[in-house]
Design a protein around this ligand. Structure first.
Ligand SMILES: Cc1cc2nc3c(=O)[nH]c(=O)nc-3n(C[C@H](O)[C@H](O)[C@H](O)COP(=O)(O)O)c2cc1C
Length: 236
């Protein structure tokens, strides 16, 4: 068929892994594939914690409710939606544009968009700005065709979770293509895991934990069921 499609169709949520080591090179390839995923405004609003040391892996596996994929994985990746990196990211992109000799117009355009983004994405104390902005956009929407930007902290986390999830899928498909396997997990104690990783209660939200390893011979792969295409797709 095609190597990308092969990886997509072969990938399964693997429940038991063999104890194999993941080389630094492989780790880098997997994480590089993750960060090449598309993201809203190229904001890459996520952080990945790659947990590989035996003691830390055991601690994180326990916080993943002791699930078998977590306990047997060679590495655990905690994918975190991150609102705290937004201004550093836009600053980084701006510096990269200057270094790469983008013309003045493009740089100015980016600066302007980043400024608008900063204003739009600022929920303010107790989400106060969000309420004002929501009312403003609702009014505007009575007359104009406009999209509703993420306004509250909840909206922003949902917004960041979309891009984080795309990076997670890239990570899983790349891992499969590189001969290893994965299991995405949302069964974890978010409060304790956030505390363990010293995450910020305001800026961060754990989207999923991905167990990575080599599928064990003991892994009993159930048949894969999906809803029929016509149940999930409407062709207009
Ligand atoms: C967001 C998300 C959370 C999941 N959480 C868990 C989990 O906590 N434990 C687990 O064993 N599998 C988990 N899974 C794996 C699903 O059960 C699995 O993907 C689904 O049954 C389809 O099987 P397949 O991936 O092998 O096709 C999760 C998958 C996703 C996408």
């Amino acid at each position: 068929m095609n190597e990308v499609l092969d990886a997509i169709f072969q990938r399964r949520a693997v429940k038991v892994f063999e104890p194999v080591e993941i080389s630094d090179e492989l780790r880098e390839q997997i994480l590089n594939a993750a960060r090449h995923a598309p993201s809203s405004f190229n904001s890459q609003p996520y952080k990945f914690y790659w947990v590989q040391s035996a003691a830390k892996k055991a601690a994180v596996a326990k916080l993943c409710l002791g699930q078998k994929p977590a306990e047997t994985a060679s590495a655990l990746v905690v994918a975190v939606a991150d609102l705290g990196s937004l201004s550093a990211t836009s600053q980084g992109q701006l510096e990269w544009m200057r270094r790469s000799n983008f013309n003045k117009e493009k740089i100015h355009d980016y600066e302007r968009k980043a400024k608008i983004g900063r204003i739009l994405f600022m929920p303010g104390p107790f989400g106060m700005f969000a309420a004002i902005k929501r009312a403003f956009f609702r009014l505007l929407n009575l007359r104009l065709v406009i999209g509703m930007p993420p306004l509250s902290r909840q909206d922003l986390l949902k917004w960041a979770t979309k891009s984080t999830s795309l990076a997670c899928q890239n990570l899983m498909i790349a891992t499969e293509a590189l001969g290893m396997n994965t299991c995405p997990m949302e069964g974890f104690d978010g409060r304790r895991l956030s505390h363990y990783l010293s995450l910020s209660g305001w800026h961060h939200d754990i989207v999923m934990v991905i167990a990575i390893g080599k599928k064990s011979h003991d892994h009993n792969e159930p048949p894969q069921w999906r809803r029929p295409l016509d149940a999930t797709v409407t062709v207009l």
